[in-house]
Design a protein around this ligand. Structure first.
Ligand SMILES: N[C@@H](CCC(=O)N[C@@H](CS)C(=O)NCC(=O)O)C(=O)O
Length: 205
């Protein structure tokens, strides 16, 4: 059976959400991070993931890491209903997945950590502001695409939307003010209201 390593309250959530969207059974193996002697830094875990981060999966002996890559792999392997049905759809999915990973997630995490996740004494306002400056024009690109079509997938809400909304979950978690991006705001709320998303969010505790 598929094994998912990582606490649910982490990027492992993205993989659990995909499994719920796609009817994939899995065994969950929580792995601690950000504490002294974190399991993610132990040799047995580094053997699975040399980057010592979560999540990692073991799919009947095939081990891989990087949350969005894992989700693309699982969606294709298990014939997820979210998988695009034609080549253009696959192209669009990869376009948004790379854009989100390369251009949006980094700046978003700078904002997330320094305005929300870090304890107040560790937050650096200048880092949050720098992240926000980079993030906003990129959110505007997503807003424009959603204003035109209502979804990011080529024909419907599909893996393109899944990958983007599973990463942008952090904006929702920190209650980031998206009023300047009404289509993005509505799309993110609708994406995270899908039954599978609600189940996965509950696992975060
Ligand atoms: N790009 C990686 C990032 C993985 C990552 O940074 N995971 C965090 C938890 S959400 C982690 O393991 N942090 C522990 C650490 O950096 O030591 C992915 O998407 O899987």
């Amino acid at each position: 059976m598929l094994k998912i390593y990582g606490q649910a309250r982490s990027r492992a959530f993205r993989v659990m959400w995909l499994c719920k969207e796609s009817n994939i059974s899995y065994e969950h193996i929580p792995v601690t991070i950000h504490i002294d002697n974190a399991q993610a830094k132990e040799p047995w875990y580094r053997e699975l993931n040399p980057n010592a981060r979560i999540p990692t999966i073991d799919d009947d002996g095939f081990v891989m890491w990087e949350s969005s890559a894992i989700n693309l792999y699982l969606a294709e392997k298990y014939a997820s209903p979210l998988w695009p049905t034609n080549t253009q759809g696959k192209g669009r999915m990869l376009q948004w997945a790379f854009f989100i990973a390369n251009d949006v997630e980094g700046p978003m995490i700078m904002v997330f950590q320094n305005r929300f996740a870090f304890p107040p004494e560790k937050r650096v306002a200048a880092i949050a502001d720098e992240g926000e400056k980079k993030m906003l024009p990129r959110l505007a690109i997503i807003e424009q695409a959603l204003a035109a079509k209502g979804h990011l997938g080529y024909e419907r809400w599909d893996m393109a939307d899944f990958i983007a909304s599973s990463v942008l979950y952090s904006l929702y978690a920190m209650k980031y003010d998206l009023s300047a991006f009404p289509h993005l705001d509505a799309w993110l709320k609708a994406s995270l209201s899908r039954p599978a998303a609600i189940e996965a969010i509950k696992l975060r505790g």
